[in-house]
Design a protein around this ligand. Structure first.
Ligand SMILES: *Cc1c(COP(=O)(O)O)cnc(C)c1O
Length: 393
């Protein structure tokens, strides 16, 4: 008999009832160290006092009015994002997927109003993840996500992951609208696109005159030690999807764009009932106030150095279990030799929460403000888990 919850997830047999910082308490009272952070969402940990304060203050004032009216909290958050990034304008959504949907619409509309309506095709990478809507699964094109869900939205070509040569080969066709990819591949296995390749792809986009769309839903909001991952390379996109960490656990996403890229999106061309509502934007504003500061990002980099160094040590001492460390900042992956799922399950037994990714990688995505002692505790637990896997215990 089907469960009351549509069974689209293979869930771990764990239910949590409260959280504080990097720790979650299950209904049986067991405490778990959280290196998953809701899949890179809880950037300030659980029950962060600043976010609880922002949410409750807003909850007492105003929850929702619709986008029929001006929303002060939305305007304030948009200004913070515009001030801190390449973008001139933002649209708020409730998820990363919805931001990806709008990205596809925006780049197509851009070419439509520029008088080149044949430019509809978007070049993406194999192994990408942009969400689960019809457009987002068509963009990523993986068999696992698209099988049985056709006909798919046309107009996407997947190229071998990270291949600048493949982009060069395809980008000069007269139907290309944009190139779209994750600067650090998330679900696909924590692989950063090297800075030199980011620069080369931006240069190709400029040469071909097509738009560059970056999906920073997972790697953005301070995760890599910059507010957005593309900042490491010095290049900027025309359009960028944001999600996950932007609400620190409150459902929120955003599409950021330059004025040029957004020129087709006039009144009536897009909308959302909840997107940008006062509650979400009040929390998002509080997240930005903390994360988008040099002091906070400096700390993320310092903590990332500690974690990475510890993980390199684990790879050296458990060569039968770990192959390598990859990633950027506090978006790190351990490429495993035994199935990554076994590592994640062994983590549950050791009260350490991690997330698997493709390519047999275990993702470590702790809160960005994780205390140093919790980093060390996580490393100790990973060391113990690796020991049990080695001896087959
Ligand atoms: C999670 C994710 C999405 C989808 O975000 P949702 O909020 O689940 O809709 C899109 N792109 C990337 C890179 C992601 O990691």
């Amino acid at each position: 008999m089907i469960s009351p919850i549509l069974p689209t997830y293979n869930r771990a047999p764990l239910t949590f009832e409260r959280g504080e910082g990097s720790w979650l308490t299950a209904t049986d009272g067991t405490r778990y160290l959280d290196f998953a952070a809701g899949i890179a969402v809880n950037v300030l940990g659980h029950a962060a006092p600043e976010l609880v304060a922002a949410l409750t203050a807003q909850a007492h004032k105003l929850w929702h009015t619709s986008n029929l009216y001006h929303i002060a909290e939305q305007e304030a958050l948009a200004e913070k994002l515009v001030d801190a990034t390449f973008a001139d304008t933002c649209f708020f959504t409730n998820s990363g997927t919805e931001a990806a949907e709008l990205a596809v619409k925006m780049v197509r509309k851009y070419w439509y109003v520029k008088g080149a309506p044949q430019r509809v095709r978007i070049l993406t990478f194999e192994g990408a993840f942009h969400g689960r809507s019809s457009a987002a699964i068509a963009a990523a094109g993986s068999e696992k996500m698209v099988k049985g869900f056709g006909p798919l939205l046309p107009g996407f070509t997947q190229l071998p992951w990270g291949s600048v040569d493949a982009i060069r080969e395809h980008i000069f066709a007269d139907d290309i609208a944009a190139v779209m990819f994750e600067p650090v591949l998330g679900e696909g296995g924590i692989r950063p696109v090297p800075d030199a390749d980011m620069k080369a792809i931006r240069a190709l986009c400029d040469e071909a005159g097509v738009l560059l769309v970056l999906d920073e839903v997972q790697c953005g909001m301070g995760r890599t030690g910059k507010l957005f991952a593309h900042e490491w390379s010095g290049v900027t996109p025309d359009v960028m999807m944001v999600g996950k960490g932007i609400g620190g656990g409150f459902p929120l996403g955003a599409l950021l764009a330059t004025e040029n890229a957004a020129q087709g999106m006039t009144a009536g061309t897009h909308g959302s009932t909840y997107g940008g509502n006062p509650l979400g934007c009040a929390v998002g504003g509080a997240v930005m106030d903390v994360v988008a500061t040099p002091e906070f990002l400096g700390e993320v980099n310092r903590k990332a150095g500690l974690l990475r160094q510890g993980l390199e040590g684990l790879v050296a001492s458990h060569p039968e279990v770990f192959e390598e460390v990859r990633g950027s900042g506090l978006m790190l992956g351990l490429k495993c030799k035994p199935p990554a799922g076994e590592m994640v399950n062994a983590g549950y037994a050791a009260q350490l929460l991690t997330v698997s990714a493709a390519d047999n990688v275990v993702r470590l995505l702790p809160a960005l403000n994780i205390p140093d002692e919790d980093i060390y505790e996580g490393l100790r637990r990973l060391d113990a888990i690796a020991g049990t896997l080695e001896t087959g215990k």
